[in-house]
Design a protein around this ligand. Structure first.
Ligand code: BYC
Length: 321
């Protein structure tokens, strides 16, 4: 779909080719013409996704030095490192759209770009590490498996690898909780307490309800998103209820009930005011999450500068040779 230069570029023709590619369920690649809105939407979503992975290292990272055994520490360390890797794939995907990685980080720190609301809650006990794996990575899988079919090639391909790793993350969380549930009454209480605190924020991860989601319709028409926020949230609830039963915990929703007519679980009202507050910067840990990201950028700037200076020197030498 690359424009040829031997005749004037006809915007309508390019748009028609783009539309045909989307309609045929083929992929848009970085070299292809794309409408500015499509590019901007992808940069917005991919940057927010990358920021979520990077900020998402913090709540679990807080437990690295306090993991209860060497085995748990090794698992947690591997998971947190995976999240750094996911952030890097995603920033690379955003770069294929013309975004600049350092600029995206600056926008995150200045509050001009978002990251997932879930990472503004604190991890108060080790059970939270397990519940993040089960709930948060479970929600991530539910949301991201359809993104493997996203219309933008680099994003879809990054998602395939990321989803494989998310699957390990979800399982390690569930296995940790299973182990704790076989332990002492205090350990079982810790798990239930973590479930009570993380369930509702996990449902908020899927975004606002469909009738209050300004980006969904266009993103679905472009094949960036494949399902609406509410569809994925419902899928997630249906998946989580039997898992909670096997684990032996109660999900903190008195309205949760199976509806035999639809084959889905009905659930209670989500506190959308809380969601708006947290996304707007007033969650339990927003300020410290950004302060830590800012410190990491500033304290480590010398590493980037040294790497850039070395690369420039190396390029100059290669050119001279
Ligand atoms: N938190 O029109 P809507 C992980 C924003 S990390 C904050 O529905 P859209 C992990 C939304 O951006 C996985 N903001 O938007 C890492 C929009 O804002 P603007 C993170 C939210 O884009 C470490 C506005 O609200 N996953 O798994 O069509 C450890 C209106 O929303 C949230 C992704 O990023 C939220 N929860 O749909 C463990 C998945 N929800 O920019 C695990 C990729 C919405 O218009 N992203 N907003 O002002 C997506 O699938 C979509 O972007 C969303 C939102 C479903 C999240």
């Amino acid at each position: 779909m690359t424009a040829t230069l031997d005749r004037p570029v006809d915007e309508d023709e390019l748009q028609a080719q783009f539309d045909a590619t989307i309609a045929a369920e083929h992929r848009i690649e970085p070299r292809d013409w794309m409408p500015e809105g499509y590019r901007k939407t992808l940069i917005r979503q991919i940057a927010q996704h990358a920021h979520s992975e990077i900020i998402g290292m913090q709540p679990e990272g807080d437990w690295l030095l306090a993991a209860p055994s060497l085995r748990r520490k090794a698992i947690l360390l591997a998971k947190v490192q995976d999240e750094a890797g996911h952030g890097m794939y995603l920033y690379s995907a955003a770069e294929t759209l013309g975004a600049d990685r350092a600029d995206l980080t600056d926008k995150l720190i200045e509050g001009k770009q978002k990251y997932s609301s879930i990472f503004n809650y604190r991890t108060l006990s080790y059970a939270d590490v397990g519940v993040i794996g089960w709930f948060v990575d479970g929600a991530a899988i539910c949301n991201q498996v359809p993104l493997c079919r996203s219309s933008y090639g680099p994003y879809a391909r990054a998602m395939i690898r990321i989803c494989k790793e998310e699957s390990f993350h979800q399982r390690q969380g569930y296995e940790l909780l299973m182990t704790m549930m076989r332990g002492t009454p205090e350990q079982r209480e810790m798990v239930q307490d973590a479930v009570d605190r993380w369930w509702w924020p996990s449902l908020m991860m899927f975004g606002p309800p469909d009738d209050d989601s300004p980006n969904s319709a266009q993103s679905m028409a472009w094949g960036i998103k494949r399902h609406s926020n509410d569809e994925l949230r419902q899928r997630y609830v249906d998946m989580s209820v039997p898992q909670a039963e096997v684990l032996g915990v109660t999900l903190p929703d008195p309205d949760l009930s199976y509806d035999p007519e639809t084959g889905h679980y009905r659930f209670g009202q989500i506190d959308w005011d809380e969601f708006k507050r947290v996304v707007g910067g007033d969650g339990p840990a927003n300020k410290e999450r950004i302060a830590r990201r800012r410190a990491a950028r500033d304290d480590n700037a010398w590493v980037t500068e040294a790497a850039m200076a070395y690369a420039a020197k190396h390029a100059a030498r290669t050119e001279a040779a």
